[in-house]
Every structure is written in C-alpha cells, then in structure tokens.
Design a protein around this ligand. Structure first.
Ligand code: HEC
Length: 409
C-alpha cells in the first residue's frame, strides 16, 4: 500500500470518495433496478391476467349459450368469438394475445416452443399460470404470460365424443382427431399474452437508463463539490505551509507569514507555524546581533585573536592577527596556524595530546612562543589557548599578546 501512502491527499481523497460513491451508486442502481423490475412485473401480470380472464369468460359464456348457431355461422364458435374479442381488446397496443392448445384444431393455434413447454406444465397440473421475461438472441426482451384453460361440461359438446359433436365440427375434424375426447377438468389449452418489455417500461413511466444518468450526474456533482471544499479548506493551506517552509530553507529568512483563514485544525496548524516563524525570526535576529557585537569586540581588541581547528586551519581572525602574521584576512583564513610558530610542531603535538584527552599542557594555560610572519619578522608572544567542544569539531581560540607591547621582554 506504499504507493497509496505516496499519493497526494487530494488524490487519496478523490479515490476514496469515488470508491464510496461508486459503491453507493451501484447499490442504489441495484435497488432501483429491482424495485422497477418488480413494479413492471406486477403491472404486466395484472394486465395480462385481466385480458386472459376476459377471454376465458367470453369463451365460457359463449360455450354455455351457443346451440346450433355455429352450424351456419362459424363466427359464433366460442374460440373464434374469443379470438376476435381479444383482437379488439388489444388493438392499438403492443399486446399480443393467442389461445393455444397442444391438440389444436386450427394450425394458427399451434403453440410455439415456449407455449408448448408451459402447456405441458399445465397438463401435468404443475401450474395454472406462468409469467416470465423471454429473451431471444438478437430480439427485444418480451414479457410472456400464460393462463391455463380447463374444459368444463359445455365445452365437451364440441370437444367431447366425436359422435356427439355438432355436424359442422364433425365435418371439419374427422373421427379420431386429437381435438376430441376431452374430460371435464382436463387442461384444454391456454391464453398466451406477450408484451414487449420496452412497452411495459414506457407504460410504468420508468426509464432505468435515464434514472442511472441522473444519479450518475448527481454523484459526479457531489465529488466535484466535495473535492473543491477539501482543496479549499485542507489542501491549499497545507501546500502553502510547505512552500513557505521550502522558501525559508532556501533563503534563510523567517519573515514570511501565512494568512490564517479558519479556526479549525488546519487553521491551528497555520497559526502554530506562524508562531514558530515569529520565534525563529526573533532568535536569529538576537543571534546576529550578538555575533555582530562579538565581531566588534574582536576587531577592536588590542591583541591578536584567532580561532582554528585541530589541524591548525584558521577560521576566525581579527585585525591584530593580520598585523601579527603579515597577511590580509582573505589569505589568513584557511592557513595553518602552526606554520607561523617557530615551535609549531610542539604546539600541534600539545593540541593533539589534548584531543586524545591526555595532559596537553598549553590548552587552558598561558605559554610563551616566537611567531614568524610571512616576511620573516619574528615577534615574542604570550599565548592564552582555550578549547570549546560544544561543536562536533573542537574549536581552539588563541589570544596572542605581543610581549613588546606589554613591555615585558
Ligand atoms: C360449439 C362448439 C364448441 C364449443 C362449445 C367449444 N369449442 Fe372450442 N373450438 C371449437 C372449434 C370449431 C374450434 C376451432 C376454431 C378455429 O378454427 O379457430 C375450437 C378451438 C378451441 C381452442 C383452440 C385450439 C384449437 O383447437 O385450435 C381451444 C383452446 C378451445 N376450443 C377451448 C374450448 C373450451 C375451453 C371450451 C368450453 C369453455 C370450448 N372450446 C367450447 C368448437 C367449440
């Protein structure tokens, strides 16, 4: 997860927020989809069932009242009446209604694959009503509903024994045709209703895709607004603190302050940062002042004063030291102090002994030496040597007083 830890806060925040919203979005889409589907399903079943009922009632009514009429008017056969009523009922809609039977008389009433399957279910008394969304490859999904039709006594007049059937039936369907010999209570066929799913959605007034688009747009808007707020209230101030720190590191000046825009945690951070800058500013100013003071004292001193490292390299000198060694400050800094002493090797040995912690002599004491400047002029000096170990490298400071100036020869 280290890659994640290395991301910017805004990116992290956006990733987390997006994940959360995608999750919520999917969950919402899932629930909406299921709610819409069950709503559609209920509308579809209700409509299909009521159509099927009307047709069955029509047929049963016709069957109970017709006597010999179909003999000279085929349009009064219950099946034919029901078929035409169904046609009129569904005219202008995308509903498609049929009455089918496994033992059909009219080839137009032959069941398709799905209907045959359901009819077998009905015949086996495993169901009396079925509904399902059927999707064939390359075609729109279709909602299909079927309600089984059971033979009652009146039906047997034409669907019972061949010998008892009316003449017009016997003429069309010869003895032994499988559309005879039904028993009361036997499944004789079914009403089959088909509705394109798209029409159902239109009817229910729901558009799942539009719904998703709205939700998606809302979530995007939330991400944008939240992102903006987080950037304004957290990321921008923090970035300002970090660029200011960068600038301070580069320039060494502590005068920058960041405007504190809030009283929250980020505001507190900015406040503390400003306080820290204030304090550092004050401290540096103090240090610079004291350094200036020290430099002045050093320059005005009546003796040569030098600070050098253990290897003898000079790092601080004053004007008197320049006179003593005969070199300007620019050349003096970096030169080795040991080269100016006649007994330079002894001085170096004493300092190295002191570094090792042994009795060095010299350090902390006042000793007498002869100093030779670059032109070869020699001067007797009294040297007071001290060491400061506060730093990583111990620093040695020597005050060299000319014996002559002291009158002590
Ligand atoms: C008066 C005679 C008559 C009566 C009564 C009758 N039917 Fe029919 N039925 C027919 C005829 C004729 C057809 C063929 C219609 C066609 O050509 O479309 C038929 C067709 C059907 C079909 C369509 C399948 C097929 O065979 O083509 C079903 C289902 C059906 N009848 C069920 C019933 C039921 C249920 C009843 C009782 C409620 C009933 N019929 C009463 C004569 C009758």
């Amino acid at each position: 997860m280290s890659w994640f830890a290395n991301l910017k806060i805004s990116t992290k925040f956006n990733i987390m927020l997006s994940l959360l919203l995608v999750f919520v979005f999917l969950a919402a889409a899932y629930f909406v989809y299921h709610r819409e589907r069950s709503l559609i399903d209920r509308i579809a079943v209700d409509n299909a069932r009521s159509i099927a009922r009307q047709i069955i009632e029509t047929r049963e009514y016709m069957s109970s009242v017709v006597k010999g009429e179909p003999n000279h008017n085929y349009g009064l056969v219950p099946q034919v009446v029901a078929t035409n009523v169904a046609k009129r009922l569904t005219k202008g809609s995308h509903y498609y209604v049929r009455q089918v039977s496994l033992r059909y008389r009219n080839p137009e009433n032959r069941p398709d694959g799905y209907e045959a399957e359901m009819l077998s279910l009905f015949s086996a008394k495993k169901a009396t009503e079925t509904s399902r969304v059927v999707k064939k490859a390359g075609k729109e999904p279709i909602f299909r509903y079927m309600l089984s039709m059971v033979a009652e006594k009146s039906c047997l007049e034409c669907h019972g024994r061949f010998e008892e059937a009316p003449a017009f039936v016997r003429e069309r369907f010869p003895k032994g045709h499988y559309s005879y010999d039904y028993q009361v209570g036997e499944v004789i066929g079914a009403v089959s209703v088909s509705i394109p799913l798209a029409d159902l959605y239109r009817q229910a007034g729901t558009d799942f895709k539009l719904d998703l688009a709205y939700r998606g747009a809302t979530f995007c808007l939330i991400i944008l607004i939240m992102g903006f707020l987080v950037r304004r209230s957290i990321i921008d101030p923090i970035r300002e603190v970090s660029t200011t720190i960068g600038r301070v590191t580069a320039t060494g000046t502590f005068s920058d302050r960041i405007p504190q825009r809030s009283r929250d945690e980020v505001g507190e951070l900015v406040g503390s940062f400003n306080e820290m800058m204030e304090e550092l500013d004050r401290k540096t100013r103090q240090r610079m002042e004291s350094e200036d003071r020290y430099r002045n004292v050093l320059e005005m001193a009546q003796s040569a004063i030098v600070t050098f490292l253990a290897d003898g390299k000079l790092i601080i000198t004053n004007r008197k030291a320049e006179d003593l060694f005969g070199l300007p400050k620019g050349e003096l800094i970096g030169a080795s102090i040991y080269t100016f002493f006649d007994d330079g090797d002894a001085v170096r040995a004493a300092i190295e002994a002191n570094l090792r912690g042994g009795p060095g002599g010299m350090v902390g004491e006042t000793t007498f030496h002869r100093v030779r400047d670059v032109r070869g002029r020699t001067t007797e000096v009294e040297v007071a040597l001290s060491v400061s170990r506060s730093d990583l490298n111990p620093l040695f400071t020597a005050i060299l007083r000319e014996n002559g100036s002291n009158g002590r020869h």
